[in-house]
Design a protein around this ligand. Structure first.
Ligand SMILES: Cc1cc2nc3c(=O)[nH]c(=O)nc-3n(C[C@H](O)[C@H](O)[C@H](O)COP(=O)(O)OP(=O)(O)OC[C@H]3O[C@@H](n4cnc5c(N)ncnc54)[C@H](O)[C@@H]3O)c2cc1C
Length: 418
């Protein structure tokens, strides 16, 4: 059970300590994974402060596509942390899921090229996958695609066997419960509103419905998701990072409704492409895309894709009937603007080139999430604050943050041990 501040204080006084050793701000999948990893071996006081009233990953950690990424999208020289932590996180997440019976499935993925321009992008994705040492990736022709997914239209495709799906809420919940059983204290319904340096420590002010409280901590970990840029600036107003949040909307259909819209259960993606802020696709030749991307002028998107879901009954789970189409990107009005702006026709048109037999009446709207995308920066930012070395910031942990969560947690533990 998450705690109240006076319960945290009582626990601290039992352990004869005046202060909290490590404070983690944000109880999404990243904060919970870090709490899990650190509390496994440390007897130090660890408190996780979460502004929502429960640890349920209510922000990005539940409003995502639930795809276990393989690590094929991130060039090492442009996005080194995503490249490394996604591939590492991929195998860690399967290991964790098998150990704790977290609903998941290694479905495999097809990245589909439907014309010659897209084949250029496919070649490049294959190159990145090889550079990142993603196992088992191969280019297959349209006949092989048909054998795997008969209703997908493709000229050729990349087959990625280590891609999968996961119930992200179950993952976050398990990490939280294990960390709590190791002694980590989860304080919910409390928002961090001020952080000040205090001698060698930090003084943190939190606000809840019951008023404000102040406590001291030796180490601060900022894993506040969409608000991580603001939290970093609370301590150091010179922190250069600024969020440029992206809304991702999705729709759904039922794969057993008609034979020609059934899928066997692979993740089915278009080729990754450049996009501009309103979600528009940039239809340029690959070399031009590459130049703009390297200059940081555009972001790369994995594109609107088809993702199977899991049916979960008690401790049993299997691939369900519902297939998600998304995320379709647009610019939100603020960090929690979950209002849908795309209609069913948008999803039909965008998925049609690779999945042509869907009809408008098959589609209904599903959910909206907001990605913690950074302005002018594509990689994760995971670093100590330059002025206050005992504060570690995790900023811009957008996709593939879910996949990378356990690898990020190990990375943080190593950083703290240095
Ligand atoms: C539409 C979409 C699709 C995605 N698809 C995938 C995918 O298929 N695969 C994948 O690997 N990744 C995917 N991602 C990315 C993934 O979901 C995120 O990288 C991951 O969930 C980030 O977790 P987090 O804990 O950093 O952030 P969050 O889940 O946002 O958690 C941050 C927490 O910090 C709390 N907080 C913020 N400010 C404060 C404060 N001042 N005080 C106290 N608490 C605070 C918030 O309440 C929140 O609970 C997707 C994301 C989106 C939005």
């Amino acid at each position: 059970m998450p705690l109240l501040i006076n319960e945290v204080k009582r626990k601290l006084s039992y352990s004869m300590s005046e202060e909290i050793y490590i404070t983690i701000i944000g109880g999404g999948v990243i904060g919970c994974a870090i709490a899990y990893e650190i509390s496994k071996e440390s007897k130090k006081n660890i408190v996780i402060i979460e502004k929502n009233n429960q640890i349920k990953g209510e922000n990005q950690s539940s409003r995502n596509s639930g795809v276990i990424h393989a690590g094929i999208y991130y060039p090492k020289d442009i996005e080194p942390l995503k490249a490394r932590l996604c591939v590492e996180g991929n195998s860690l997440i399967y290991e964790f899921c098998n150990k704790y019976n977290i609903p998941h499935k290694r479905t495999g993925k097809l990245v589909v090229a439907t014309n010659q321009l897209e084949e250029e992008y496919l070649e490049d994705t294959y190159r990145i996958a090889q550079e990142n040492k993603v196992p088992g990736v191969k280019i297959i022709d349209c006949k092989e695609v048909k054998k795997l997914e008969p209703n997908v239209k493709a000229l050729s495709a990349l087959y990625v066997p280590t891609s999968g799906i996961i119930d992200s809420v179950s993952l976050t919940d398990k990490l939280y419960r294990i960390a709590e059983s190791f002694g980590a204290m989860f304080l919910v319904g409390n928002k961090v509103v001020q952080i000040e340096p205090f001698r060698n420590d930090f003084q943190v002010t939190i606000k809840s419905n019951n008023g404000t409280e102040v406590f001291r901590t030796k180490i601060l970990i900022n894993s506040a998701g969409l608000y991580s840029d603001e939290v970093a600036k609370m301590l150091n107003s010179g922190s250069p990072f600024e969020m440029n949040p992206i809304k991702g909307e999705s729709a759904k259909f039922y794969r057993t409704k008609r034979e020609e819209i059934s899928i066997n259960g692979l993740n089915i993606y278009p080729v990754p492409f450049g996009y501009i802020l309103d979600g528009q696709r940039l239809n340029v030749h690959f070399k031009e895309f590459q130049k703009l991307y390297r200059e940081g002028k555009i972001s790369k998107s994995v594109g609107v894709h088809l993702t199977p879901t899991l049916d979960i009954t008690g401790s049993n789970y299997s691939i369900g009937d519902t297939v998600i189409i998304g995320p379709a990107y647009s610019k939100p009005n603020g960090k929690e603007d979950y209002k849908p702006t795309r209609d069913e026709k948008y999803f039909l048109d965008i998925i049609n080139p690779l999945f042509p037999y869907l009809k408008l009446e098959d589609i209904s709207l599903h959910q909206t999430g907001i990605r913690a995308k950074l302005k002018d920066h594509n990689d994760f930012v995971i670093e100590r604050d330059p002025k206050y070395q005992n504060c570690v910031n995790l900023i811009g942990i957008d996709s593939p943050g879910l996949t990378a969560s356990l690898a990020i947690a190990k990375y943080i533990k190593q950083l703290l041990e240095k």
